[in-house]
Design a protein around this ligand. Structure first.
Ligand code: C2E
Ligand code: CA
Ligand code: CA
Ligand code: CA
Length: 279
């Protein structure tokens, strides 16, 4: 309990709702994984509805622990955020993204961009911009190749530091997406103030878009609003052709989801891209 465990693992156990014994193993396994750079990335394509072409990829971290087997980022990322381990993990993720980008370019795909997820904990670090720039420089690559996905939670602060960082990222050449749109904070004021390129509609809206008229109305309204604000819209979690058709009709710009592909390794993706082109 909290009385005897403030300094121990039960604190996280209560916050994150995971078994306390598992947390102890998770913690030591995660630290070991960071030391060994033992993470990989899977990539999920973003398909342009107009061009019917893959224009981008989202990088999603994967971790196979010796003792725990494969652990979902939905479990270890929140824990890493609580403990600060998210910073080294994010840096490893970006380095791997650079390496995989080089593979993609070598295979002849010169335009496809890679999006990576930035945790609010990382974003708020004072040296966030420098840490990202350093990794790009080390890997001889530029921001033009990348998109950054930040959640509503990250930008809702709406303070001068957030704006400064977003503007600087844009100046460097990154495209900016607002992730999980619709799940967090209802204040839309930041959409006008921030230099965002894409808005990603959360899967929870897409899930019932075929059967529920009110969800359809919300998604339609989000798309129209984004376009009025000169943003493009990505629908995430698209699993069926029915969902795809509704979204296409509404003018949604990009589709991401199992309908096209689950997240796959870069090697798997390059095979997939070759098939896709001959379709
Ligand atoms: P997210 O950024 O919203 O990523 C989308 C999640 O939905 C991914 O889960 C993806 O595999 C899943 N997904 C994609 N299409 C479909 C679909 O059609 N149906 C269903 N049911 N699911 C779909 P994943 O890979 O388990 O990642 C979960 C979350 O973990 C991510 O949500 C993101 O918040 C976080 N995450 C993943 N990788 C990273 C990373 O490198 N850095 C950070 N900071 N967070 C990450
Ligand atoms: Ca994302
Ligand atoms: Ca998302
Ligand atoms: Ca999500």
């Amino acid at each position: 309990s909290k009385q005897n465990g403030r300094n121990g693992f039960s604190f996280y156990f209560e916050d994150l709702n995971i078994d306390s014994k598992r947390v102890i193993v998770l913690d030591s396994e995660l630290r070991k994984a960071i030391e060994n750079r033992d993470f990989t990335l899977n990539f999920q394509p973003k398909v342009s509805t107009q061009l019917n072409k893959i224009v981008g990829l989202e990088a999603l971290v994967r971790w196979e622990s010796e003792k725990l087997g494969s652990v979902s980022p939905a479990e270890f990322i929140p824990y890493a955020e609580e403990t600060g381990l998210i910073i080294p993990i994010s840096e490893i993720v970006l380095e791997k993204a650079c390496e995989d980008l080089a593979k993609l370019r070598l295979a002849g795909y010169s335009k496809i961009s890679i999006a990576f997820n930035v945790s609010s904990i990382h974003f708020q670090q004072q040296n966030f911009l420098e840490s990202i720039q350093k990794i790009l420089e080390k890997n001889n690559t530029s921001a033009q190749n990348f998109e950054i996905e930040v959640t509503e939670r990250t930008v809702m602060n709406n303070d001068s530091d957030t704006i400064r960082k977003l503007v600087r990222l844009k100046q460097l050449g990154f495209k900016l997406s607002i992730d999980d749109f619709g799940t967090g904070y209802s204040s839309l004021s930041y959409l006008v103030r921030f230099p965002l390129d894409y808005l990603k509609i959360d899967r929870s809206f897409i899930q019932h878009i075929v059967s529920l008229d009110d969800k359809q109305a919300v998604v339609d309204a989000i798309i129209q609003m984004a376009h009025r604000l000169n943003m493009q819209v990505i629908a995430e979690g698209v699993e069926s052709v029915q969902q795809l058709n509704i979204l296409r009709e509404m003018g949604c710009d990009y589709i991401q989801g199992y309908y096209y592909s689950k997240p796959v390794s870069m090697d798997g993706l390059i095979e997939f891209l070759q098939l896709w082109e001959y379709e």
